[in-house]
Design a protein. Structure first.
Length: 492
């Protein structure tokens, strides 16, 4: 295939050169109707490229197969058999994957460290989750992907499961042993879905963790906007093997997808594929070199420690680590990750990604350079030098490993859509949760609908909210009250 071509971008250029005149949406008509104040911020070129995918980018019958050719090039670039573009983010892509594997009341093995979009998929589809416990580091209060042995035990206990889903890399950059998990699934004729939202770059450099398709996954979901050059909401999902058919996956995506996809998002996906095929190895070489420098420099700042393979990988921990996810442990200083992130934005206009009670994260990509790295390091040095401006880290009651896993009392869908009531948090203990309660980022629910709330979980969420943790999907983000099921059904 000719990877110098970018079918979406080429079709966009041709549309503009042909002076096409739309009597279709979008109503701004290539920006002519847009408020000049909006155009001044967003730019005329954005509106000029915003058009319908059908009867715009391509004709009414899609005879030029613009999107199809772009998806074929993406599949070829990464070694998948089929690739699908999504303009609704990996939140849609992972739901489409789940619906392709399991249906209402059917079982799906799911790592309990799944993103909230996976939980949404369980609710929408009525899938019965079989939770597979992550590996818990009690010293660092951090969950790593479930071990293959945990999936083996779950498969043996639930031989009627329709497949499995694992998140790798996690938002903390830690990776599962996908090859071993895929082997376990395939021995039983079951497909493996990998939520690899944080792994768009993995196929393009050998020093990075093995990407899901190379490790034997059947479906892989990737957010190009996270670690690639895609626009926000740009996602791709890949397919290989014969355990899930391409028409099945396409039909499930069509069920959920927008009928008005963004050509802007398609174009960025298409251009990123070409960029990575032509120069991705070199770009990622530079990113990896800079990551090594950043890690060493931060390690030299008093009170800061960069989590490395020795911290995150090994027996009882993760299988591999993405070195571009730079997690900085703050346990050697007096302040929390929440306050550190707020201080850096307020004083240095630096926005970090994940922050929790004891860590902050700087996500590096091929887009970083010496200027961005210098600014980050200067900000961190100033943060430590002016530590007395920050309050002491709050006390957050982190549950013990045995208390982390709540019991699934009923289907997530039944609890979410059933009769609910809002009760004071202390009265929610022993009740069936009817909402997602998700510290964000990273977006992994501490409690999901259908789980039986206990005192440890409620204390964790309440003290976390008091200490700066964001829980945006809760009906009451302060966790003063919690939504619970009126009818506390106990049905395994």
């Amino acid at each position: 295939m000719d990877h110098t071509k970018a079918p979406v971008l080429d079709a966009l250029r041709a549309y503009q050169a042909q002076d096409q005149l739309p009597f279709t949406p979008p109503g701004h008509k290539q920006g002519r109707g847009a408020d000049p104040r909006v155009r001044a911020v967003l730019g005329d070129s954005l509106f000029d490229a915003d058009m319908l995918a059908v009867s715009g980018l391509d004709d009414r019958t899609q005879s030029q197969k613009v999107l199809e050719r772009a998806e074929e090039l993406m599949a070829d670039a990464v070694g998948a058999e089929h690739t699908f573009f999504s303009t609704c983010g990996s939140s849609l892509s992972v739901k489409a994957a789940m619906l392709s594997v399991a249906g209402p009341h059917e079982k799906l093995l799911v790592g309990r460290d799944a993103h909230k979009s996976v939980i949404s998929g369980l609710i929408l589809a009525g899938i019965r989750p079989v939770w597979v416990d992550p590996q818990w580091d009690p010293d660092r209060h951090l969950a790593h992907p479930p071990a293959p042995e945990a999936f083996r035990a779950a498969l043996e206990q639930h031989p009627d499961a329709r497949g499995a889903l694992v998140t790798s890399p996690t938002p903390y950059g830690t990776c599962a042993d996908i090859r071993a998990i895929a082997t376990l699934c395939h021995e039983r004729g079951l497909p493996l879905i990998v939520d690899e939202a944080w792994g768009a770059h993995l196929p393009f450099h050998p020093e990075l963790p093995t990407w899901a398709m190379d490790a034997g996954a059947d479906i892989c979901v990737t957010s190009v906007h996270k670690m690639g050059s895609g626009l926000e909401q740009g996602s791709v999902f890949h397919l290989q093997g014969d355990l899930v058919t391409a028409p099945t996956l396409a039909s499930r995506a069509d069920l959920l997808d927008t009928t008005s996809p963004s050509v802007l998002v398609f174009a960025a996906l298409d251009g990123w594929r070409r960029q990575m095929v032509e120069g991705g190895h070199e770009l990622l070489d530079g990113a990896l070199r800079r990551a090594r420098r950043v890690r060493a420099a931060i390690e030299g700042i008093d009170g800061l420690h960069v989590n490395d393979r020795e911290d995150f990988c090994g027996p009882g921990r993760a299988f591999d680590l993405d070195p571009l996810q730079v997690f900085i442990d703050l346990s050697g200083v007096r302040f929390s990750g929440y306050d550190a992130a707020d201080w850096l934005r307020r004083n240095h206009r630096i926005n970090l990604h994940t922050s929790d009670h004891r860590r902050v994260n700087a996500t590096l990509t091929h887009a970083d350079d010496d200027t961005t790295i210098t600014r980050l390091l200067n900000g961190l040095r100033d943060l430590v030098a002016r530590a007395d401006e920050l309050p002491p880290a709050p006390t957050i009651r982190i549950p013990a490993p045995g208390d982390l896993r709540l019991r699934q009392a009923t289907l997530p869908r039944d609890a979410f859509f059933g009769d609910v009531e809002q009760v004071p948090a202390d009265q929610a203990v022993g009740r069936v949760c009817a909402e997602m309660l998700t510290p964000y980022p990273p977006g992994i629910p501490a409690a999901v609908p259908g789980e039986l709330l206990d005192q440890a979980a409620v204390d964790y969420l309440r003290t976390g909210a008091d200490g700066g943790m964001l829980i945006p999907d809760a009906a009451d983000s302060t966790i003063g009250t919690i939504r619970v099921s009126v009818h506390d059904v106990d049905a395994d």
